[in-house]
Design a binder for this molecule. Sequence first.
Ligand SMILES: [Fe+2]
Ligand SMILES: [Fe+2]
Length: 273
Amino acid sequence: MRLVHISDLHFGAVSPDLPAFLREAILKANPELLIVSGDLTQRGRAREFEEARVFLDSIAIPQLVVPGNHDVPRWWVVWERFRRPWRHFRRLVQEDLEPVWSRPGLFVMGTNSARTAGWHLDWSRGRLSHHQMARMVKLGQAVDEDSLRVLVVHHPPAAPPQGTRRHLIGRQREFSQSVNLAGVDLVLAGHFHISYAQTLRLSGGSAARNCVLSAVSTAISHRLKGEPNGFHVIEGDARKLSIQAWTWDGMAYKPGRLWRFQRGEGKRDWQEV
Ligand SMILES: [Fe+2]
Ligand SMILES: [Fe+2]
């Protein structure tokens, strides 16, 4: 299995040369699936989605895309934001906001953690509804034991080692329990524009266990948060995973840090090795 995971493209705030280099790097990596974990645009405008569409169409590899908090109209476009928040995404990216992709041995489910508003001033915060979490559990439990189960969500459930002041995904406890019950092995996220991979402790009493969390920097945007542009290449199966960060060095995307994880016997408990 080989996946390429990119995120936070932010068309409308892109470093002009990078899309072509990123495309070339993805084609060279030749994954069976390209995963895009949200924030395709900067302001949720049709023109930006059109640019994202052209970019994605230029890569003839199966793709799984979920939205991010930047993919709805900005708050001052009140009517659009509340009445038809996903109009451009649905028309120009895909109708389904929570797509699923699978083949024997691999199951990937997308979720939409972006929200149009909340009881706080920071509308970039994300969460899943109870209904979305129930769906995740139902889908995950229907997958056969030997398949790697991957969850794609824009907002990360844990902070990077270097820390962040930004919010993690909301409803932490329920999210953690749902990921556990769904038997998820690997969570893929973006949003912080920081690259990291680590184990993620999932609550569940005596059934508590670790899955793997992998989050990526922005692939092509100049909205950097102290880290270079980059993406992750993920290889392995339901027993072992290797995650390699590829970073932009000013000339090319180059392979960098490598993390390895292994699953113990019995329950789906992952450790870094
Ligand atoms: Fe972003
Ligand atoms: Fe975001």
